[in-house]
Design a protein around this ligand. Structure first.
Ligand code: MTE
Length: 320
């Protein structure tokens, strides 16, 4: 990944949604505050809002009161989504109008309950959605705090009912070069692929996001569903998932295939292990003020208590 030097994240003050917007639970007020209500710009997003279980109830273990969420406009206009271009600002424009409704997700491989599911049926099957506010740390040394809506990945694994031979999940994004501009270039090996060990997928933190700030997730953030593993670098958070396969061998994830010396499979946030080209000891806070815009990076991105036990015996001084 090419690290980009500030500037492009410094949105004008006028583009930033007030924090108070987040506290507006009324959908109409929320949309109006974003200037979207009458403009009818949401398209598939609005459609899914009607079926996707919004508004979601806050999970008290991960409340907004514990972390200050990044303003909505930063989260949705500073993105990594190479299918829609490599500039941070490109996905928002290039993914506008891309069709994510209807959407089918396939569960396959070493499981007892394989099948293809409409995303809204899947949400109903796992018992609906909840809200969790998580830290988000990109391998490029920037960070945000995101109020996600969605459901725990463990529920989806339970639904799939893995066989004893299943040891890993292999998750794949779509392949749609006809409609998706970045997929007409060879900047990455398409489709984007990620993986988790089965016990990582069952960890309470592993999450499938279907929304942000109480609204259906925008295309540029990975509509209609993407992975969120907040103790790992952001590239593990594969967007717009079409297939989850349960496999016996560790899958080869996209960034590992592209640059195995730089990006590993585990990719756990670790301030003590530098990227070959830059330090991981601190991070640039997106949406933070110019002066207070840097902070120390925490081991496992602050989620050590929940996940350290998964890695007993693994040398954390190495970039796996
Ligand atoms: N998923 C797909 N399909 N394509 C991508 O390019 N980029 C990854 C990850 N998921 C990416 C992806 C990277 S590098 C990061 S940091 C996060 O998405 C960014 O998520 P955000 O744009 O919602 O902050």
């Amino acid at each position: 990944m090419n690290i980009r030097i500030p500037k492009d994240w410094a949105l004008p003050e006028s583009a930033v949604t007030a924090e108070s917007v987040y506290r507006l639970r009324n959908r109409r007020d929320f949309l109006r505050s974003l200037g979207l209500a009458s403009a009818g710009l949401l398209g598939a997003q609005a459609l899914r809002g009607a079926t996707g279980g919004f508004p979601a109830k806050e999970n008290e273990l991960y409340p907004a009161s514990a972390l200050k969420p990044t303003p909505y406009d930063f989260i949705t206009s500073y993105n990594n989504f190479y299918e829609f271009g490599t500039d941070k600002s490109a996905p928002k424009d290039n993914a506008k109008g891309w069709k994510t409704e209807p959407w089918t997700v396939e569960l396959a491989g070493l499981i007892r309950k394989p099948g293809k599911f409409d995303v809204n049926d899947l949400i109903a099957k796992v018992g609906g959605i909840e809200e969790r506010v998580y830290r988000h740390r990109c391998v490029e040394a920037w960070s945000m705090v995101i109020p996600w809506d969605g459901f725990s990945l463990a529920k989806l694994v339970t639904l799939a009912d893995p066989l004893p031979e299943a040891k890993y999940l292999k998750l794949s994004s779509f392949n749609d070069p006809k409609n998706v501009v970045g997929q007409r270039t060879a900047v990455l090996d398409w489709p984007y692929v990620e993986g988790l060990r089965l016990d990582e997928a069952m960890n309470e933190l592993a999450f499938i996001a279907t929304g942000i700030y109480g609204q259906p997730i925008p295309n540029q953030n990975g509509a209609p569903l993407r992975l969120v593993t907040p103790w790992k670098y952001g590239f593990k958070g594969i967007k717009s998932i079409v297939k989850i396969e349960f496999v016996a061998q560790q899958p080869r994830n996209t960034w590992y295939v592209m640059a195995p010396r730089e990006y590993g499979f585990y990719a756990n946030v670790n301030p003590n292990v530098d990227h070959p080209r830059w330090s991981q000891a601190s991070e640039r806070v997106i949406g933070g003020s110019f002066f207070a815009g840097k902070q120390a990076t925490l081991m496992f991105n602050g989620y050590e208590k929940q996940v350290a036990g998964l890695y007993t015996g693994l040398d954390l001084g190495r970039n796996y």
